[in-house]
Design a protein around this ligand. Structure first.
Ligand SMILES: [Fe+2]
Length: 280
């Protein structure tokens, strides 16, 4: 079993970093933490959840809609403003399509497809839903970003709020997330389940999918554990009894610049990473 101290990274694959990067910096208020030749690490100023974007070249396929990331604004009107702004600047950013603002339960959002083949969402979530027990409705930022930091668009993405995954059997996956990954179930409906780490507000929405298209390990979430020994312990446990837990593929431990980690694929063939930093 994994004892994560955090859900610390989301990884995603695009075609060209040069094409995808402006989408995040200009339209979603992310900042570049580190750039390498085929990888860029991004962060929203209000979210300590890193988004690592991997360049996979022109052959990379479009990813399913239910593997998107979502960014939250403070007011409903901002979703309309974002829709207008993105429609007007579609050509500049080579955005393939933008959906009309759509209302569902407590959320109001648009989706657009960036040139790297991924859907992204800008959403408003009614904080009143908190009173009805929807914990994810709580605004996930401590300090709101002022307009001078992200001017002239008519909307301000205040946080990166969620990622999305597909599963085959909701009940089995829910058990796996709780009992094997050590994550918390924070809600969900008849179809969906929402998971997160207890210490942070961001979450992953998991939805059952039919005719699934499996993604490469470059599309994954990272669970941070306390020490390299914990990484090794989890790896040993998965080597011995991973099949029983539902692990479908297990990669070797890697050591890179003081980080110890390994990748594995879960019961739904979604990829995860377990990582820790060595004390130096
Ligand atoms: Fe979403």
């Amino acid at each position: 079993m994994i004892k994560p101290v955090g859900l610390t990274e989301g990884h995603y694959e695009c075609r060209s970093i040069d094409d995808t990067l402006p989408i995040f910096t200009d339209l979603l208020a992310l900042e570049v933490v580190e750039r390498k030749e085929d990888q860029v690490v991004l962060k929203h100023p209000n979210t300590d959840w890193l988004l690592v974007v991997h360049e996979a070249g022109p052959e990379a396929t479009d990813k399913p809609h239910n593997n998107h990331y979502g960014f939250r604004v403070e007011n409903k009107e901002e979703v309309d403003a974002a829709w207008n702004y993105i429609k007007e600047h579609r050509d500049k950013y080579r955005i393939q399509h933008v959906t009309k603002p759509h209302e569902s339960h407590f959320a109001y959002s648009i989706y657009f497809k960036e040139p790297g083949g991924n859907d992204l969402e800008i959403e408003y979530y009614d904080p009143q839903a908190l009173a009805e027990g929807r914990r994810i409705a709580a605004p996930p930022w401590k300090t709101r970003i002022a307009e001078d930091r992200f001017p002239e668009r008519g909307y301000i993405p205040q946080a990166m709020s969620h990622g999305t995954l597909q599963c085959d059997d909701k009940k089995a996956s829910e058990r796996f997330y709780r009992d094997v990954l050590g994550l918390e179930i924070v809600g969900g409906g008849r179809m969906s389940v929402y998971i997160k780490h207890p210490s942070t507000p961001w979450y992953i929405v998991v939805l059952p999918g039919r005719r699934r298209r499996y993604l490469s390990p470059s599309n994954r979430f990272t669970l941070k554990v306390a020490s390299p020994e914990d990484v090794e312990e989890s790896h040993l446990e998965f080597t011995r009894s991973g099949k029983e837990f539902g692990i479908t593929q297990l990669e070797d431990i890697e050591k890179n610049n003081g980080e110890v980690s390994f990748l594995f694929s879960d019961l739904d063939q979604n990829w995860w990473e377990v990582a820790a930093t060595s004390e130096r």
